[in-house]
Design a protein around this ligand. Structure first.
Ligand code: 5AD
Length: 349
């Protein structure tokens, strides 16, 4: 993202370069081999990713710090109409502590702080959290806290956070209003643009396979994503949650649609940074992440929420890796990346 997180000494840098030297070239070779002779949509997208961005793959951590939400989004298992769910909030100091553990202990350089739209965390509390993290263990802090006030976001920028993850969910205005009661697409887009103009690195995108969403909608979704001029894209398959109004929807095509969406977005915007989301892994536990990375994706997230809380962040069912220790998730991701010739960035080794 063009942000200096930490300055290290020349000798430390030399050590790191030395330990990477051989592996780095081996990985590059493998990636080049896998990206050659593209034949279909996904392979073409992969060869573009290879040409434009090389084999680096950002690995970010994500802490889901609260599952309280004021909104009633029809697709989401955290919507406020859902009573049969244990709600939790991490205390500000607990969040700072968890961030510290992941940044200093596991070497994460970028951390997403995600929650429902939860007003309990007012500007003062959020500024305290961001300040606290930046003081103890500086990192690229990416906020994923929903449609909050523009001034609150400005204060958090001043406190040191530099990223925002905020999807527009769908570019179809009537679907948007249907799925997000009380909200409209225009407001969402306008906030995304303001955040981008404030200087935030913005990650945005949409859900793929929503009820009523057509192929044409998806193409418009990709066009809108590309036209917003944000830093990074995030597309995920819609997964029906049994306790929501969209429970009965057949989403069996979401997985393939989402992977093809990554590929199409890569072709439309060759140098984009494109996340491969946990929802892909949820629908295909063995191969989901790999398929996304081999279809134009070049970025991943690891769930570093304290283990006891993870299962309550129930946006959709069956979330992948919620039982795995962070260390094991990191190992798994590193093995996967090695297998396909990618070099992890934003993660200490
Ligand atoms: N399936 C897939 N993704 C979902 N999200 C919310 N509910 C679901 C679901 N049922 C996504 C939204 C939101 C992100 C945090 O989670 O796109 O922006």
């Amino acid at each position: 993202g063009g942000i200096v997180v930490q300055k290290i000494s020349a000798s430390e840098a030399t050590e790191i370069l030395k330990s990477w030297k051989e592996l780095f070239f081996k990985l590059k070779e493998k990636d080049t081999r896998l990206a050659s002779n593209p034949k279909d949509l996904r392979q073409i997208a992969n060869s573009i990713r290879h040409k434009e961005l090389g084999n680096s793959c950002c690995v970010h951590g994500i802490i889901e710090f609260s599952n309280h939400c004021t909104q009633r989004c029809l697709y989401c298992g955290l919507n406020s109409g859902k009573k049969a769910i244990k709600r939790y909030r991490m205390a500000p100091d607990e969040i700072i502590e968890a961030a510290y553990d992941n940044i200093t202990g596991l070497g994460f350089k970028a951390l997403v702080l995600q929650s429902g739209e939860d007003d309990w965390y007012d500007a003062d509390k959020l500024v305290y959290i961001v300040n606290g993290i930046m003081k103890r263990s500086p990192a690229l802090i990416i906020l994923s806290i929903g449609e909050r006030d523009e001034n609150l976001y400005k204060k958090l920028y001043d406190a040191g956070s530099r990223g925002v993850l905020l999807r527009f969910e769908t570019s179809n205005e009537s679907l948007y209003s249907e799925f997000k009661p009380g909200r409209d697409l225009k407001g969402r887009i306008s906030l995304i643009e303001k955040l981008r103009d404030t200087g935030y690195l913005v990650m945005t995108g949409f859900q793929v396979g929503l009820p009523g969403q057509t192929q044409d909608d998806i193409l418009k979704d990709i066009e809108l994503t590309a036209s917003l001029g944000t830093e990074m894209f995030s597309f995920g398959p819609f997964i029906p949650h049994p306790d929501t109004p969209l429970a009965g929807h057949n989403a069996s095509e979401s997985l393939d649609l989402a992977i093809d969406t990554i590929a199409r977005a890569r072709i439309m915007k060759p140098d984009a940074k494109i996340l491969v989301t946990t929802a892909l892994e949820t629908l295909d536990k063995e191969e989901g992440l790999k398929k996304g990375l081999m279809a134009g994706g070049n970025s991943l997230m690891i769930n570093v929420t304290p283990a006891k809380l993870r299962r309550f962040y129930d946006i959709y069912p069956g979330r992948a890796s919620i039982d795995m220790e962070v260390k094991d998730q990191v190992d798994k991701v590193l093995r996967l990346l090695k297998d396909i010739g990618r070099a992890p960035t934003d993660l200490g080794l």
